[in-house]
Design a protein around this ligand. Structure first.
Ligand SMILES: Nc1ncnc2c1ncn2[C@@H]1O[C@H](COP(=O)(O)OP(=O)(O)OP(=O)(O)O)[C@@H](O)[C@H]1O
Ligand SMILES: [Mg+2]
Length: 235
């Protein structure tokens, strides 16, 4: 990205269900601890049932903010599918103007914003537009959440490659033990991923009990803020 401003982070993942919301909540808590006013946004949520947009609700709670859910999550669809598939099922299309307007409201008066994408970078949100382009549109650097289990080296490398090919700034990768305890083989595999990532690894969320939040020290917040500062300096 040519000119990323560092007033926020776009949390993406190697897949759906990898721990993006868990990591987003942990980031919101970490930035709030520094005294910042933190906004939260899940611009597009699919699979929204009667209980409402659950990711948006979880992020709003973590941020301790009162913004209406329609602001935190301006595009909600019932079908648990990729955004443009879920939108088509309702004879709609994802409305980018409503996302821009909501983003403006969420960031106004806030020092920082955490935005959670849906699915991974190549998930289509409109014809010829993917989640990667939404990250670019919002002008935020990416944090990639990856699973700890088998397959993660491929998925993480694919995600990093796509980000690079689209000139998106990547702050780093957080691994989440979303599948619980690992086998010995998976543990060796994870070491392989860590070798590949080197200092791009910014955290590791251990296996959590249902409903448990990530421990405060699971994300290397100092390294993360240093990268954000470096981005600011490069503008
Ligand atoms: N480290 C972990 N240990 C145990 N469970 C986890 C861990 N991280 C996430 N989970 C659980 O796995 C499920 C998926 O996590 P989460 O909702 O954060 O993923 P996501 O990437 O945000 O999914 P989506 O694509 O639906 O937004 C949730 O039930 C969550 O509580
Ligand atoms: Mg989520």
């Amino acid at each position: 990205m040519a000119d990323p401003h560092a007033a926020g982070i776009f949390v993406t993942g190697t897949d759906t269900g990898v721990g993006k919301t868990v990591v987003s909540r942990a980031l919101i808590a970490a930035f709030r601890k520094t005294g910042m006013k933190v906004g939260a946004m899940k611009p597009i949520e699919t699979g929204v049932g009667e209980a409402g947009p659950l990711d948006a609700i979880a992020m709003r709670e973590a941020a301790g903010i009162e913004d209406p859910l329609e602001t935190i999550c301006p595009q909600q669809f019932a079908l648990p599918a990729a955004p443009n598939v879920a939108a088509r099922a309702e004879n709609r299309e994802v409305d980018l103007d409503s996302i821009d307007a909501a983003y403006e409201r969420v960031t106004t008066g806030r020092d920082f914003v955490i935005v959670e994408g849906a699915g991974g970078l190549l998930v289509p949100i409109r014809d010829e537009m993917t989640m990667a382009e939404l990250g670019r549109r919002l002008g935020l650097p990416l944090l990639i959440v990856a699973r700890a289990g088998l397959g993660t080296i491929n998925h993480t490398s694919l995600t990093l490659d796509v980000a690079a090919s689209k000139n998106l700034t990547v702050l780093g990768v957080v691994i989440s033990h979303v599948e619980g305890a690992l086998t010995d083989a998976d543990t060796s595999n994870l070491l392989g991923l860590k070798e590949i990532l080197g200092d791009r690894l910014l955290g590791e969320i251990p296996p959590l009990a249902p409903g448990e939040s990530a421990p405060a020290d699971a994300i290397n917040f100092d390294a993360l803020t240093q990268r954000l500062d470096a981005l600011k300096d490069s503008i």
